[in-house]
Write a protein that binds this ligand. Structure first.
Ligand code: SAM
Length: 285
């Protein structure tokens, strides 16, 4: 048996999580790092080793690293912004966090979260088949309660969440860090409708508004990596009218422009477009 982690995702959406781990590992190695994720390097090394044993592994790995590099600057600042928003929610007294499309996120391990926080991680079974053995081998211990839900967001994940101890009467901080864009518009809307139904007053949710040209090179490469060379063109994610939808469904929203949010970090990521940023939503009583 030469493969250390034969379950490493090699194609499809779960693969994108490895790309983000490559980004977090690179950030964590910088002297001016915006956050430190020591587990990112472990995931990257395990994935890299496993790719040595798959067909055209070296070539595929090189492509993955190339795409990660293209997205590095903006995406890594995005991780820090989500960290800050999680810390803010904790400060406000929220103790229930749900990461939808959690990928190789390790906030339950690396952030100084109080022990009474409960973090639910939702992602596909194939993702956790890779993630959990790497964490176990590192004897990683979460700082709070961590609940793993290996399921598909296109299925009845709300029921599963309930069975695993989610409490809808408590305010929740929901994190979408790049999953809704991989779902068709109908499924993305279904996910947000579901989390809206599960959100007690004071719950929080952020929706990115990125006016991206999907045909620009980084996005075209990413699509090819995930969907194969043929690609599939369908409307995905929540779309430009997400804020209106949230306003109409019991959320109070504010818009924060990307340039304002990233100004303090001193990284070359300004986009000079006041329409790009994040809609921050708080569930009304
Ligand atoms: C770009 S990655 C982001 C991962 C993580 N949020 C991060 O920032 O590192 C997208 C994640 O969404 C997950 N995903 C995509 N479609 C999904 C689905 N239908 N159900 C559950 N997870 C899904 C993928 O497995 C992947 O981990």
């Amino acid at each position: 048996m030469t493969e250390t982690h034969p379950a490493v995702p090699r194609a499809g959406v779960a693969l994108t999580a490895i790309g983000v781990a490559v980004i977090r590992a690179a950030e964590s190695a910088r002297p001016d790092r915006l956050y430190d994720d020591p587990f990112a390097r472990l995931f990257v090394d395990a994935a890299r080793r496993a790719y040595d044993h798959v067909d055209r592994g070296a070539e595929r790995w090189a492509r993955l690293e190339q795409v990660a590099e293209m997205f590095f600057e903006g995406r890594t600042v995005g991780v820090r912004l989500v960290d800050d928003r999680v810390a803010e929610a904790i400060e406000q007294g929220i103790r229930q966090i749900v990461l939808i499309g959690a990928g190789l996120d390790t906030r339950a391990f690396r952030m100084p979260l109080p022990a009474d926080v409960r973090v639910f991680e939702i992602d596909l079974p194939e993702l956790f088949a890779f993630k959990e053995p790497v964490l176990a081998a590192a004897q990683a211990v979460p700082r709070c309660e961590r609940v793993v839900l290996a399921t598909d967001l296109r299925e009845d994940w709300a029921k599963l969440l309930g069975e695993y101890g989610f409490r809808p009467e408590l305010p929740t901080h929901w994190v979408d860090e790049g999953v809704l864009g991989y779902l068709t518009h109908e499924y993305a809307l279904h996910v947000v409708t579901t989390l809206t139904e599960l959100s007690a007053p004071g719950s929080r949710f952020g929706v990115s508004r990125f006016a991206v040209d999907e045909n620009a090179r980084p996005y075209a490469e990413l699509k090819r990596l995930v969907r194969g060379d043929e690609g599939v063109d369908r409307r995905t994610g929540l779309g430009a009218d997400a804020r209106t939808w949230l306003d109409e469904h019991g959320w109070r929203t504010e818009f924060h422009s990307w340039d304002d949010m990233v100004a303090a970090f001193g990284r070359p990521v300004a986009l000079h477009d006041p329409e790009i940023g994040v809609v921050v939503a708080v569930r009304e009583p």
